[in-house]
Design a protein around this ligand. Structure first.
Ligand code: PLP
Length: 266
């Protein structure tokens, strides 16, 4: 038996599924696998989805969510975990309760709110609870610019606004903040990272013009989660994740008829 395979760090994704395989938990699992970690998952929501959009979604009942957390806690040594689609205020509360009950290591919160096709993945009411109860548990949060605007309730127009928003988000209790610049304009995609020790950095990469960016946010946060589980310091992990996501966008695969998925093969 290969002892290296046996020593893969174990990680957890708490998210919604994407039947189309491109985003949500599916993107997380593929990324975590590619990043040499063993992934487990608590499914919060099931979406009927493809590259054309989200056709339906169903939030799982509390009992089966709690049972999934209990099963994982009873058998695995989770080194880091992440959240994705949490749906509504009740489900955010179920997740918060379970994260307080069990130790799953550092938490990465990707506060996904709206799918690129327009489907709502987090209600307005739930956004407040995410800020009040989930962010204080988080080691890293990874909003995009649009999510950051909603979270700080302020328009973000330039780099200075991004920095101010990150500081406000850190004041809510998130230790480290990454504001993703993919939704901004310009030839570069610049992500801003504000760390616990108050240092900061910009991750810059040339913008790749493509409709195939479905699941980029999930992939970035899943990659950071896996790197942390492997003991990689966060300041290195963010660079690895940025390179991973750029490569995954660049190496397009022709799947589906719409907003295509990434290529997760490293
Ligand atoms: N579907 C699910 C279940 C998700 O969790 C996410 C993002 O987290 C998406 C869809 C959105 O994917 P995108 O906005 O990249 O199309």
């Amino acid at each position: 038996m290969n002892s290296e395979i046996n020593s893969f760090p174990q990680v957890l994704t708490i998210a919604g599924t994407d039947s189309g395989g491109g985003a949500g938990m599916m993107a997380d699992l593929k990324t975590m696998q590619e990043c040499h970690t063993f992934s487990t998952g608590v499914i919060i929501a099931v979406t009927a989805q493809n590259t054309l959009g989200v056709q339906q979604s169903f939030m799982l009942p509390k009992e089966i969510i709690d049972a999934q957390f209990a099963s994982i806690a009873a058998d695995f040594q989770i080194r880091a975990c992440k959240t994705g689609m949490l749906g509504d205020v009740q489900h955010v509360q179920y997740v918060v309760n379970n994260l307080k009950k069990y130790d799953f290591g550092p938490l990465i919160v990707d506060p996904v709110m709206v799918a690129k096709g327009g489907a709502i993945l987090l209600t307005d009411e739930a956004i407040s609870l995410v800020k009040q109860q989930l962010f204080p548990l988080a080691t890293v949060i990874t909003p995009n610019i649009i999510e950051a605007q909603r979270l700080v309730d302020q328009e973000i127009k330039d780099a200075n606004d991004i920095k101010l928003a990150a500081k406000k988000l850190q004041d809510l209790g998130a230790k480290n903040v990454i504001i993703k610049g993919g939704h901004a304009k310009g030839q570069q995609v610049s992500d801003y990272c504000l760390f616990l020790d108050h240092t900061d950095l910009w991750l810059n990469a040339p913008r790749i013009i493509t409709p195939r960016t479905h699941g980029t946010g999930d992939t970035l946060s899943a990659c950071i989660c896996s790197q942390i589980a492997r003991g990689i310091p966060l300041k290195t992990a963010v660079h690895i994740a940025k390179d991973f996501i750029n490569l995954a966008i660049k190496k397009t695969i022709q799947v589906g008829h719409g907003h295509g998925p990434l290529n997760h093969w490293a």
